[in-house]
Design a binder for this molecule. Structure first.
Ligand code: GAF
Length: 390
């Protein structure tokens, strides 16, 4: 459990005053629908009960002072300075949000900020979206900026694009600000319309296994996948200018206008079209409480992500194969952008420990390090930390 009192105390020690505001914004899981968000498709994320916490106080000048309790590093700059090149990576997420808010014509004064949290870093649970959304939500409250939750999500996404260089979709930020306890969000990334779907797993439970790997080329590989999808769309647009995204593209069009030009781009685009359909089928299965069907779709999605979209890795494939062989696991897949992070598993209630025990030694022998199970519950989106919590 994250120690909020200790977090406040460290703010006090660092800045010599108490924070005036404490907020938290959660990480997320995604049940199904990967790499669909930046193709104007659907996603099915849910916020989790692990958060990035932000403590703030305002200043009378134009200085911004940042402190990362987890990295034990600080950095200072000015609200008027646009250049992030000398900022440490963690600070770019915060200052990128400031820039995005300013780009929307809102005024920000100087402030002191401290960040920390219990979203595991590099586990594919969107700690970075949790950070940008926590900062956006905190600054909105501190300076009464009048931003909506969706504005904050879009600001977080744009920060990733411009300050970090990851051309991500909107899923992670949307889940972080809009999460609802015990519900997934079925989000249409074309128009940001959404429905909450109650999560009832019946005789099953969710289990996350963190591979404890994060591949260094993940950002460039992610951007390459996005570029392949956009390339496919632009070839179709030569014949069908009304097509806006892969959401509008048919298999026939892919075969005629994309496949002859590049088999690889064709495979990537086809994956996205099929993944979108898998998500719609999975939502239907959830609504009729057909958890077994939902599980089958998870396995199917995994092997498509691995073999067609090529965003998995040996550790993820190993864990999903092991899940497929275990009689009590009815579904599993890699989760998030890929190249490491977690698998999400649907396991018979009370059987997770057995599955973990069975796979752990084999995994360690194969990869020379352990995986880590992560306990989660489905929680609420960004919020002020109440005095009861602190
Ligand atoms: C990452 C991105 F940030 C999301 O926008 C999404 O594309 C996901 O990978 C893959 O579904 O988490």
């Amino acid at each position: 459990m994250f120690d909020i009192a200790n977090f406040k105390q460290r703010f006090q020690e660092h800045y010599g005053e108490n924070p005036v505001l404490l907020v938290k914004s959660p990480g997320r899981i995604n049940l199904i629908g990967e790499h669909t968000d930046y193709n104007e498709g659907y996603v099915l994320p849910a916020a989790i009960d692990k958060y990035i916490y932000v403590a703030l106080s305002s200043r009378d000048d134009t200085e911004i002072h940042l402190y990362s309790a987890s990295y034990q590093q600080s950095f200072a700059t000015l609200t008027t300075k646009n250049d992030l090149s000398d900022a440490p990576e963690w600070a770019k997420y915060i200052l990128g949000v400031v820039q995005q808010i300013q780009a929307r014509g809102r005024h920000i004064n100087g402030f002191n900020i401290s960040v920390d949290g219990d979203v595991p870093l590099g586990a594919g649970l969107s700690s970075s979206a949790a950070l940008t959304c926590a900062v956006g939500y905190a600054l909105d409250n501190l300076f009464s900026l009048g931003l909506s939750r969706q504005d904050i999500a879009l600001i977080g996404q744009q920060t990733e694009h411009e300050a970090i260089g990851l051309k991500c979709g909107i899923m992670d930020q949307f889940a972080s600000v809009m999460g609802r306890a015990q519900h997934a969000i079925q989000l249409d990334c074309r128009n940001l319309r959404y429905d909450y779907i109650p999560l009832q797993w019946g005789e099953y439970e969710l289990l996350l296994l963190n591979t404890n790997v994060k591949h260094s080329l993940a950002t460039s590989a992610y951007n390459d996948r996005r570029a392949a999808c956009e390339q496919g769309v632009s070839w179709v647009q030569e014949a069908y200018p009304e097509v806006q995204s892969l959401r509008d593209v048919t298999l026939q069009q892919l075969m005629v206008y994309v496949q002859p030009k590049s088999e690889d781009v064709f495979t990537k685009c086809l994956f996205v079209i099929k993944e979108n359909q898998r998500l719609l089928d999975a939502c239907q299965a959830l609504l009729r409480k057909d958890i077994e069907r939902f599980g089958e779709l998870l396995f199917e999605a995994h092997w498509a992500l691995s073999r067609e979209y090529e965003v998995s890795c040996a550790e993820l494939d190993f864990l999903v194969s092991a899940a497929q062989e275990h009689p009590d696991v009815i579904g599993a897949r890699m989760m998030g952008g890929g190249f490491g992070g977690c698998t999400i598993n649907l396991v018979k209630k009370g059987r997770s420990a057995d599955f973990i025990q069975q796979v752990a030694p084999q995994y360690e022998t194969q990869f020379g390090h352990a995986f880590t199970p992560i306990d989660i519950a489905i929680g609420e989106g960004s919020s002020l930390v109440t005095s009861g919590e602190a």
